[in-house]
Write a protein that binds this ligand. Structure first.
Ligand SMILES: [Zn+2]
Length: 202
């Protein structure tokens, strides 16, 4: 079982490498990685498990964050309307995105960045991605087109960055950390106000 100490941190060179395509059909080894990433996120929703096993909660985690340099990540979280999103993503390609941007007012957070950061990360508000999706119940893989908007589009892009050696801190503008371009609007959470004031760890 993965705990917070298994997640590599900012200064680890593996976070800066490009990940390789996952070979399909998915090997048993890769299925185990997917299941472990999923279990980590799931444990993050269990207060007892968080304390007992040293889990820092997150809504997304990518394979490179545990030094597996393969194009895989897992998302488990609620969007701004309160709807649950759960994806085991393999070999994703973002094929189109909106010109309109969005950002999280509390700033982005990352399980691999263990320090306070200041500023907004502006990302396309809507994306379309081609990928393979791993089903955590059937353990099967299916080709899919995902259309995501708002918060989930941000989470997906953050994880996608991990597969290409990028961290959210690379997007911060040290000159003007809280600058808001005209075409960018903040995420508004309707169901859960707490989320708005909490950093999203992905
Ligand atoms: Zn991250």
């Amino acid at each position: 079982m993965l705990t917070y100490k298994d997640i590599i941190k900012e200064n680890d060179p593996n976070l800066r490498k490009n990940s390789k395509d996952v070979v399909l059909p998915l090997s048993e080894e890769d299925k185990t990685v997917m299941n472990e990433l999923h279990e980590y996120l799931l444990n993050g929703y269990d207060i007892v498990a968080c304390e007992q096993y040293d889990i820092r909660p997150g809504v997304g985690i990518a394979a490179p964050q545990i030094s597996v340099l393969k194009k895989m990540f897992c998302i488990l979280g609620f969007d701004e309307t309160g709807q649950l999103h759960q994806y085991g993503v393999i070999n994703p390609k973002i094929i189109s995105h909106s010109e309109e941007l969005t950002y999280i007012e509390a700033g982005e957070g990352c399980l691999s960045v263990d320090r306070d950061t200041q500023g907004y990360v502006h990302r396309p508000k809507r994306i379309t991605a081609r990928c393979y999706l791993y089903d955590f119940d059937t353990l099967e893989v299916k080709e899919a087109t995902l259309r995501l908007r708002g918060y989930m589009a941000i989470v997906f892009q953050h994880e996608h960055d991990h597969l290409h050696g990028k961290l959210f801190v690379d997007h911060l503008n040290p000159e003007a950390p809280f600058y808001v371009p005209e075409n960018s609007t903040p995420i508004r959470f309707k169901m859960n106000d707490e989320q708005e004031n909490t950093k999203t760890n992905v």
